[in-house]
Design a binder for this molecule. Structure first.
Ligand SMILES: [Zn+2]
Length: 373
């Protein structure tokens, strides 16, 4: 890429909120845009539950089904994926605080009605660890983290099974239907896992894992590890990553002026994205409404307009092409990372891969005595 091309690159943020981001890129090749898109889907590291060890499963579902559901729960991985090692990078035997985060879940339905077990019931053994189930929008989770600094459950080492069992038992005692629905009895608690208002139960109950019938019980330990979406979709931080070509629509007005008003309005109505409009000012010669472009960026290249002008015998009256170096890129988050972090991490991973490839290329060139001209 020469210096001129580099200066031509421009990025404009079109939309950025807690769930998604979209930006307009000009001056880059399609191959680079697709690479960034692939990075957002498959190469950004996050934490996800990799192992589930069942202690007691008296629900109506098999261990395997519950383990799969739990594995797909997004975990908040903001700024922490870099602080953990991949399992094969760590020198520990099984799992340690450098490569894993442990959760425990212990819920017993001692009420006369059904009870939902959700991601809120997954309690981290180390409450200071920011890796937690993501169950609401990203900003709300971060705000809760600030409030939860003085949570009652104390941090415990990953290998301390006694501490995990004690915390699980503490959770089991609190997790009854009466405590969930009684705001007065838990008014002093700041634990968002247990203290739900009625509104929270209706709208923000977390990811449902299973529904327990009266008398049923579920207890398990789960271990989250660092990974990427290329290994398994549960590590992917993006619910989608898309690029859209910028449409280039050209109207040949010398031909379009020969269309009668019915044909012009047929083109306007044929477009499902309302790209065209019948201009308010009529053609001075014929008195017909003239075709004009209302919103070119809305075009999805369906070809309805061009097929109509083909039928009218003037195929070059409307041409729709895509700009080779202009794109709209967008992505949405699962809740594991903010949309901005997904994009920044994807670019960082991309640059890292290029650097690694450059090093390997230099080694190969040195070995085979190849020099650049
Ligand atoms: Zn380890």
């Amino acid at each position: 890429m020469d210096s001129k091309t580099r200066h031509d690159v421009r990025v404009d943020i079109l939309n950025c909120d807690t769930d998604s981001v979209a930006f307009h890129v000009s001056g880059l090749d399609l191959s680079l845009i697709n690479s960034v898109k692939r990075m957002m889907i498959a190469e950004v590291p996050t934490m996800a539950i990799e192992e589930v060890r069942f202690v007691d499963n008296k629900s109506g579902y098999l261990d395997q089904i519950l383990a799969h559901r739990i594995g797909m729960i997004p975990l908040i991985s903001s700024r922490v994926a870099d602080q953990f090692l991949y399992q094969d990078e760590c020198k520990c035997h099984d799992a340690c605080s450098k490569c894993a985060v442990q959760f425990h879940l212990c819920v017993e339905n001692d009420s006369p009605v059904d009870m939902k077990v959700t991601s809120r019931d997954l309690i981290p053994s180390d409450t200071q660890c920011p890796v937690k189930p993501a169950f609401t929008s990203y900003s709300e989770v971060v705000a809760d983290d600030v409030e939860d600094e003085d949570e009652e459950v104390k941090a415990s080492p990953l290998s301390s099974t006694a501490a995990v069992a004690a915390a699980a038992e503490q959770n089991r005692q609190k997790r009854t239907l009466s405590s969930v629905f009684s705001s007065s009895s838990s008014a002093g608690s700041r634990s968002r896992y247990i203290h739900w208002s009625t509104k929270d139960v209706e709208t923000n109950e977390g990811v449902v894992i299973v529904t327990l019938k009266p008398g049923q019980r579920l207890e398990l330990t789960a271990v989250a590890r660092k990974g990427i979406g290329k290994t398994h979709a549960k590590w992917g931080p993006s619910v989608r990553a898309a690029k859209k070509n910028i449409p280039l629509i050209r109207l040949d007005r010398s031909q379009l002026c020969h269309l009668d008003e019915k044909a012009t309005r047929a083109i306007v109505n044929a477009c499902p994205r309302k790209v065209f409009v019948a201009a308010a000012q009529d053609d001075k010669k014929t008195g017909n409404a003239v075709l004009d472009i209302e919103d070119a960026n809305a075009c999805n290249f369906c070809g309805e307009c061009t097929s109509l002008v083909h039928q009218y015998g003037m195929p070059s009256a409307i041409t729709v092409d895509s700009s080779p170096r202009e794109f709209i890129v967008s992505t949405g988050t699962t809740g594991a990372l903010s949309p901005q972090e997904i994009v920044i991490s994807a670019l960082r991973e991309f640059i890292q891969k290029i650097e690694n490839d450059k090093k390997h290329l230099h080694v190969l060139m040195h070995q085979h005595k190849i020099a650049l001209l």
